[in-house]
Design a protein around this ligand. Structure first.
Ligand code: SF4
Length: 282
């Protein structure tokens, strides 16, 4: 069977080989990777936008704010999902919120607010070329790269625009040049789309749904050659890896495997300071 490499996995390996190894072990992954409200909201927002922009499921005349709200609620309840995915969604919901309806409602409102802001700034007439679809392509090196791309639009000049929805906060450093330099995910998608559809990609963008912000870059030939090289180097490093050593990094406080990692167990979790005892009336 051909091994497919996903850009997020490649980024994880570059960040920390041990984290990559933990993530590839289904037993470890299922035990330590717990669903979070942030991830749950992200998944539901993606699902709602997928149906909203799918012209076969939401005709243009029905693209209203109320419809988007409704789709978010359906996603939250897992209504449009296959039975297995629906069961997973409900299980995640149960694990995250339990019987705390107030907390669940507060996250639900957060998701709705995010979509309301997005609704005000987005092009409601857009008809994506593909949405939330898996794509893959074989590189010259023989390596197969794949990914689920949130949205691809075909532009009037025939080129493609790749979009990735983000439901978190935009990073501090968010100009086009820094995104192009740091990113591996969008450039991998650009390589895949160019190969698969034999069509130029004119822009790759990250859309911060809750913040009305869009940041991205034009994937030039030079940039994509450089990123293809980086993909190949990373895959070869994974294939040759034997030690799987922990590599302490900026993201350790958020790592799901801190409890079993020899480095991570000494690192304070990211939300530890949220329990600080402050003298305020709320
Ligand atoms: S806590 Fe840090 S060092 Fe340990 S596995 Fe996670 S990312 Fe790697």
């Amino acid at each position: 069977m051909v091994t497919k490499y996903y850009p997020t996995q490649l980024e994880t390996f570059r960040q920390c080989p041990l984290k990559y190894k933990y993530g590839k072990d289904p037993e470890v992954r299922d035990k330590y990777r717990q669903p979070t409200p942030q991830l749950f909201v992200g998944t539901c927002v993606h699902d709602a936008l997928e149906v909203f922009f799918d012209i076969t499921r939401t005709p243009m005349a029905e693209r209203t704010e109320a419809k988007l709200d409704h789709l978010l609620r359906r996603a939250w309840a897992g209504v449009d999902l296959w039975p297995k995915r629906k069961a997973q969604r409900l299980e995640e919901r149960e694990k995250i919120f339990g019987t705390d309806q107030e907390r669940e409602a507060s996250w639900g409102k957060h998701a709705l607010n995010m979509l309301h802001r997005f609704f005000l700034v987005t092009d409601l007439k857009a008809v994506p070329f593909t949405a939330e679809q898996f794509h893959e392509a074989k590189l010259k090196s023989g390596i197969v790269v794949a990914g689920k791309i949130d949205r691809i639009d075909r532009m009037p000049d025939g080129s493609m625009k790749i979009m990735d929805y983000k439901t978190g906060k935009p990073p501090f450093k968010k100009d086009d040049a820094s995104v192009a330099a740091d990113d591996l995910q969008l450039s991998t998608y650009a390589i895949v789309v160019r190969k698969k559809y034999r069509s130029p990609v004119s822009r790759c963008t990250l859309i911060y749904v809750a913040h009305d912000e869009e940041v991205g870059f034009e994937p030039t030939d030079e940039l994509l050659i450089e990123k293809a090289k980086l993909i190949e180097e990373t895959v070869r490093a994974i294939e040759a890896e034997e030690e799987w050593a922990p590599k302490q990094n900026h993201f350790c406080p958020w790592c799901e495997y801190r409890a079993i990692c020899p480095v991570g167990e000494k690192i304070e979790p990211a939300d530890a300071k949220l329990d600080e005892d402050l003298d305020v009336p709320f």
